[in-house]
Design a protein around this ligand. Structure first.
Ligand code: GLN
Length: 486
């Protein structure tokens, strides 16, 4: 284990003071990618020339004294399901293998306006469906802490890229844990904001009522700085909320007097690895020693989260993915006899097994006769889950729990057992169903040397509190500074 590459704040300081040029920072990241990514496989495309050019422009603008954006010169890697002009957005699917979007996602506009350097596109499970990056049509990403293991998913490429020091920041999307779970597996910070906090415009839709874009960084401050850039109202996403964006990074160091932390017994259940359980309890003890009040809360409908998610998410996916018909977007099969055959050959060849499984599950749950029994019922239980959180957050500021039941599993270990794979999402799904913000923080290592994550959740739009509570822990510990040995 070695200690960390510089944090985003350190890099920003060096860039502003002139000690570091954006071009040399980008060159360092590109070198690191060149030397390590063959083993890790975090990136699907690297925009070498574009990144160098963007950095050179920033150095030049700094030289002439122009005012620059808040992330000027900082490399950011982007999950390959977020549209950006001039680059392919494949969703790690054959279906979109050659798709170049005609527009920028809102978050890409924000990153460009912040003068971040878009360095490349990261691997994911196809259309963000999965927990291991093994469902990518192109490559499996490996966990930088143990190359035999998965980095988690679906934003595994974004998490691994930060963990391996290939970029200080990256973005991902989280529909059922896809930012927080890979962050936990890779020992970095990852955050899912409140539903509606960040515009989904230009994020390729998986399950629209759950999807949310969020940051990865090697510390809480970096995540806060990036969230500040990503968050904010956008009329093109009707679920984006028009509320001012707090200065998250600025308020981080303010002491959190009277912090109340909730622990739910429903989060410490059968199947939870004892080392993960221990690490989370030790983290809670750190809060206790800092004067936080630890309270028991109850989330009685937790046991239904996985079942509800695996009805709601596939239902929405089956509808969202209907657009890939060989006419509107992307791939079209070469051989077919008639129009119906063209659709089925295109979808049969263009989608991988997991995507097909979700489309079938969703189509089934939405079909006449089953709609009430499955989809509608799931929506009702979803409301109960949200009410559990509303009640709990009347009594506490944040809820602490594990992020994942185990540390990173091996590549190939769960891929043939979809149900076991789905159970991996047991602690992360509730935040998507309830729409609440959640963050994953490094909080220890297993005896095998694998990172373990602590999850904190807060009430909707309480990102500021969430980040302050997270920073309070991070200040007292040094887990976030550890990096894999190469
Ligand atoms: N692992 C979950 C799934 O496969 C979550 C994915 C996500 O958040 N995009 O659906």
């Amino acid at each position: 284990m070695t200690t960390a590459t510089p944090s985003t704040s350190q890099l920003l300081q060096q860039l502003t003071s002139g000690e570091l040029a954006a071009t040399s920072l980008v060159a360092t990241c590109l070198d690191r990618i060149a030397s390590e990514d063959e083993r890790v496989g975090a990136f699907l495309h690297i925009d070498r020339d574009g990144a160098i050019e963007q950095a050179a422009r920033i150095d030049e603008r700094r030289r002439v004294g122009e005012e620059l954006g808040p992330l000027a010169g900082i490399p950011v890697a982007v999950k390959d399901n977020i549209c950006a002009t001039g680059t392919k957005t494949t969703c790690a699917s054959r279906m979109l293998e050659n798709f170049v979007p005609p527009y920028d996602a809102h978050v890409i506009e924000r990153l460009r306006a912040a003068d971040a350097v878009l360095i490349g596109r990261t691997n994911l499970d196809e259309f963000a469906m999965g927990s291991s990056c093994e469902n990518s049509a192109f490559q499996s990403t490996r966990n930088p802490w143990d190359l035999e293991r998965t980095p988690g998913g679906s934003s595994g490429g974004s998490a691994a890229a930060v963990a391996a020091g290939m970029t200080p920041l990256s973005i991902g999307s989280d529909t059922g844990g896809s930012i927080r779970q890979p962050a936990a597996f890779c020992g970095v910070v990852g955050m899912k904001p409140t539903y509606g906090r960040v515009s989904r415009y230009g994020l390729v839709a998986f399950a629209s009522s759950l999807d949310q874009i969020g940051p990865f960084a090697n510390d809480v401050t970096g995540a806060a700085q990036l969230l500040e850039v990503l968050a904010g109202h956008d009329e093109r996403d009707t679920t984006s909320i028009n509320r001012p964006v707090p200065r998250y990074a600025e308020s981080l160091e303010q002491p959190f007097e009277g912090l109340r932390i909730g622990i739910a017994k429903e989060h410490f259940v059968e199947g939870l690895d004892p080392e993960v359980e221990q690490a989370v309890h030790t983290a809670i003890d750190v809060y206790r020693s800092l004067g936080a009040e630890i309270k028991e809360v109850t989330l009685p409908h937790s046991e239904y989260c996985v079942a509800v998610y695996y009805i709601v998410a596939p239902s929405e996916a089956s509808s969202n993915l209907a657009r890939y018909d060989g006419v509107h977007y992307g791939f079209r099969a070469e051989k077919f006899d008639n129009m119906i055959d063209m659709y089925s050959a295109t979808r049969g060849e263009g989608f991988g097994d997991e995507v097909k499984r979700r489309i079938m599950l969703g189509t089934y749950a939405l079909s006449a006769g089953y709609y009430d029994a499955y989809y509608l019922k799931a929506l009702k239980v979803r409301r109960l889950i949200r009410q559990d959180f509303d009640r709990a957050f009347e009594e506490v500021d944040v809820i602490a729990s594990p992020v994942t039941p185990t540390p990173a599993f091996k590549i190939g270990e769960l891929i043939d057992d979809p149900l076991a794979m789905y159970l991996n999402d047991i602690y992360t799904i509730s935040a998507n169903l309830a729409g609440t913000p959640g963050i994953s923080l490094p909080c220890g290592f297993s005896s095998d040397g694998l990172p373990i994550g602590l999850q904190l959740q807060a009430a909707p739009f309480e990102e500021e509190r969430l980040l302050r509570a997270a920073r309070m822990y991070e200040r007292e510990t040094d887990w976030h500074t550890k990096q894999p040995d190469w």
